[in-house]
Design a protein. Structure first.
Length: 69
């Protein structure tokens, strides 16, 4: 019988989302976010993208501009 794999990181709580948003608005770095949230960069990037939160120093959360021909 095979067991289901356990998630390595906990689910995002409302408090985690609020902290992520507050750090983004304060211009905190992705590195600091990983320390404060105790989550991998990939997890933080994915969550920020899902919530439309910009992360300073990255392209995450920025609107893409269409090139005009």
């Amino acid at each position: 019988m095979m067991s289901t794999p356990q998630s390595r990181t906990a689910r995002w709580s409302e408090a985690d989302d609020k902290l992520l948003r507050a750090m983004s608005e304060a211009g905190k770095s992705l590195t600091l976010m990983t320390v404060k949230l105790n989550r991998p960069m990939a997890s933080i990037k994915a969550r920020a993208a899902d919530l439309g939160i910009a992360i300073p120093g990255t392209e995450i959360g920025k609107r893409r501009h269409r090139r005009s021909a």
